[in-house]
Design a protein around this ligand. Structure first.
Ligand code: URA
Length: 244
């Protein structure tokens, strides 16, 4: 079996957001960092980076975060932005504060509008991010839209046609599937991620989306007991479901 790569303790922990290298040296001298219950006073020590390191290393008696790569499933509440930079509330504020200092950086996989709720993935795995958002992989995204006006009955055929155009664009949308829930509510499954796509699709039919919630992404859906603002780390099997 290939040997695990190694890293200095200070370099590893600072890349995981636990503090600067100097702060980590102070923490170690104060006996706050341990590996298999043995304190590590010297942060220049190199340790193997194994996937289960979080089961062996503790900081202030708490298990180390996952070394990564990480994939996070979040139930996005309304009123939060999928951006690192904008003013106001950001989805990253829902995660542990030190995760905003992790290298590589954690980013959302695609974006949901500020007022859209529901299933949002975040990751520090750039290759996975690109696989999910790449049009090549046709990952299905299902949204529940609550509408201002009753559906007129033509939307399903128009959205499925592969010829439906959005205002200001020159390429038709890939076929999308509409499932009518009631006169003013529908599920819409799309494979693209164009800017404000679902809101613009209904706007192009003369309607207006009042509420938008993403329920599914590939074979993944939000657990029923996950309240808005809650999140969890996905395991390998759950990550595979994205591409189902
Ligand atoms: N389509 C939209 O219009 N908004 C979203 O947030 C996602 C898809």
């Amino acid at each position: 079996m290939a040997k695990a790569p190694t890293s200095r303790v200070d370099k590893l922990l600072s890349s995981m957001g636990y503090g600067s290298r100097t702060e980590i040296a102070h923490m170690a001298r104060a006996g706050r960092i341990s590996l298999d219950a043995v304190k590590i006073p010297d942060v220049t020590k190199r340790i193997p980076i194994t996937p289960d390191l979080s089961h062996h290393m503790k900081i202030d008696r708490e298990a180390l975060d996952s070394v990564g790569p990480m994939v996070i499933l979040l139930n996005k509440p309304a009123g939060m932005t999928c951006s690192h930079k904008e003013d106001g509330k950001l989805v990253y504020d829902l995660l542990p504060a030190r995760w905003q200092r992790r290298v590589p950086m954690i980013s959302t996989i695609g974006r949901l509008d500020k007022e859209t709720t529901g299933l949002l993935l975040l990751t520090d795995d750039g290759a996975l991010l690109h696989r999910v958002i790449s049009p090549k992989h046709l990952v299905k995204k299902t949204y529940r839209a609550k509408l201002a006006r009753p559906l007129d009955g033509t939307e399903g055929e128009r959205f499925a046609s592969g010829e439906f155009m959005l205002a200001g664009e020159d390429k038709p949308l890939a076929p999308a599937l509409l499932e009518v829930v009631s006169e003013t509510e529908a599920l819409l499954t799309v494979t693209e991620g164009r800017y404000h796509q679902v809101r613009r699709m209904f706007a192009a039919t003369g309607n207006h989306v009042m509420e938008l919630h993403r329920e599914r992404l590939g074979g993944l859906s939000l657990p029923d007991d996950m309240a808005p603002g809650q999140w969890k780390l996905l395991n390998e099997a759950e990550i595979t479901l994205i591409f189902e």
